[in-house]
Design a binder for this molecule. Structure first.
Ligand code: G3P
Length: 483
């Protein structure tokens, strides 16, 4: 299937149920962010190959949707079993390709297996509704509406580099269970992990054509896919910039967008500071902060700020920094450009008078975890998402001020509130404009049966297993006119 030249593997795309090299004869090299070598090449798929894949998905989708939920679920459960068998190999690929430490990469595969199994169960237990017409003035009991959920057609699933397996399966599994065909476009950096998970799916005997995996240059197939009349729904996780572009390009089809964040940790005077520091550290620095739900700013009551900063400093200085193969918490960023961007934010803050508490060292794309105190609103780091291991502390004088700054952000993914006063927690939770508020805990997407959503520039629509199945299907009403 794969071809090897000069020790570098060329991975085929999975087009209309066949593993194929593209007719473009062009490939894209995937560079490891920490081994600094080419891991393999993926195909630069052409527009006619996109057309063939979408046509094949359309054709296969009717038969697929005609299968019972139980039958569709059998393929997915088998996929989960195949992923179990490949767990170590896929975890190693994630580690090599996106630089996630091995333990977290393995957890990502386990979480994915659990998510697939849960998605099958959830779909099996979802059901439609019925309604009688007499609830509306002038309506009659003789009208019986049967409301079922039907698939949308072909779903375009576009996943990001930071969870190349989990955030792909969290789109593919609900799309398939809802009876759709799928065009899967993994992030280029993350495509080899995506290919390996689809090799496992292919081994289940999945009907040919129902899913294609397309890799390629965004400039050649990005807009082409998004604007393609054969696509009936798009589920995208990635940057706000790309999400906005997608929403301008896609025409009259449902979109679910999960984009960037600038999640604040609001720390009140009465917070348990040990618990707070532990959550902030895990939230901000796991996988070097390359998570949309990372803690990206701390809004702390001035009266406890010195104590909190001291605890954070101490904890940061014990974080392991280095190779993903050594299970380091802070690992090299996805590429040099990302590290340059983070460095620019740190430099801007320091130029404008922020206090460097610890960090600001760098070796290529490996950046030491950095804590900046006395960050003010004129600094870019107060507003911009770094996607890297830097945490700004903004000192505030009141809860109102914290909420005001929290809400001034363009983003609205999650927020954490640290306080021992549940009334205060609920008051703040009610006031912050975000998808989720975590009380005394760090922002996070999971558990995956929870709804996951962002507002403002953080996204549109809701994910989580149940909501993803809903967003990838629609209601269909059949009215029986009795008598
Ligand atoms: O896209 C969401 C991802 O970046 C964060 O997921 O599970 O780390 O909160 P999680």
């Amino acid at each position: 299937m794969d071809s090897v030249k000069n020790d570098v593997v060329s991975y085929p795309a999975y087009l209309a149920g066949q593993w194929q090299m593209s007719s473009s004869h062009e490939t894209i090299a995937i560079q490891s962010p920490w081994q600094h070598k080419v891991l393999g090449n993926v195909q630069a798929v052409t527009q006619p190959e996109v057309d063939q894949s979408i046509q094949a998905a359309k054709k296969a989708q009717h038969k697929w949707a005609a299968l019972s939920l139980g039958e569709r679920g059998q393929y997915l459960n088998q996929w989960a079993r195949e992923l179990e068998k490949d767990k170590a190999e896929i975890a190693t690929t994630i580690m090599d390709e996106v630089g996630k430490n091995y333990a977290d990469a393995e957890k990502e595969v386990t979480r994915t297996i659990d998510l697939i199994r849960y998605t099958v169960q959830e779909a099996l237990h979802m059901h439609g509704e019925s309604v009688r017409g007499d609830g509306f003035p002038g309506g009659s009991k003789e009208k019986l509406g049967i409301i079922e959920r039907v698939p949308l057609g072909v779903v375009l699933a576009i996943s990001p580099f930071n969870y190349p397996v989990n955030l792909s399966a969290s789109k593919i599994a609900p799309a398939l269970m809802a009876g759709n065909g799928v065009i899967f476009k993994p992030a280029t950096q993350g495509a080899i992990s995506g290919i390996k998970m689809i090799q496992a799916l292919d081994r289940t005997g999945l009907p040919k054509g129902i899913l294609s995996l397309i890799t390629g240059h965004g400039s050649q197939i990005g807009d082409y896919l998004t604007e393609h009349p054969g696509i009936n729904m798009i589920s995208f996780t990635g940057s706000t910039q790309t999400g906005k572009h997608l929403s301008q390009k896609s025409i009259m089809i449902p979109l679910v967008l999960e984009l960037g964040g600038k999640d604040p940790a609001i720390v009140c005077q009465d917070a348990d500071l040990d618990l707070t520091a532990k959550n902030i550290i895990g939230g901000a620095f796991a996988y070097s902060g390359q998570r949309c739900t990372a803690v990206k700013r701390v809004l702390v009551d001035d009266r406890v700020a010195d104590q909190l900063v001291a605890k954070l400093k101490q904890a940061i200085e014990t974080l392991s920094v280095g190779s993903p193969a050594d299970n380091s918490t802070v690992v090299p960023l996805i590429d040099d450009k990302s590290a340059d961007f983070v460095q620019g934010l740190i430099d801007d803050a320091l130029d404008k008078g922020a206090t460097l508490v610890t960090g600001n060292r760098r070796k290529e794309n490996l950046m030491a975890p950095t804590l900046l105190d006395n960050v003010t609103q004129n600094m870019d780091i107060a507003w911009v998402e770094p996607f890297g291991p830097v945490l700004p502390i903004i000192r505030v004088h009141s809860v109102d001020e914290a909420v005001k700054i929290a809400n001034k952000s363009n983003f609205g993914l999650q927020a954490s509130v640290f306080t021992q006063d549940i009334d205060k927690a609920l008051e703040i939770a009610g006031a912050v404009e975000v998808g989720t508020v975590q009380v005394n805990g760090r922002p996070q997407r999971g558990p995956d049966n929870f709804p996951f959503l962002g507002v403002k520039a953080s996204g549109m629509g809701t994910q989580g297993v149940h909501n993803s199945i809903l967003s990838m299907s629609r209601e269909k009403l059949t009215v029986i006119n009795l008598k």
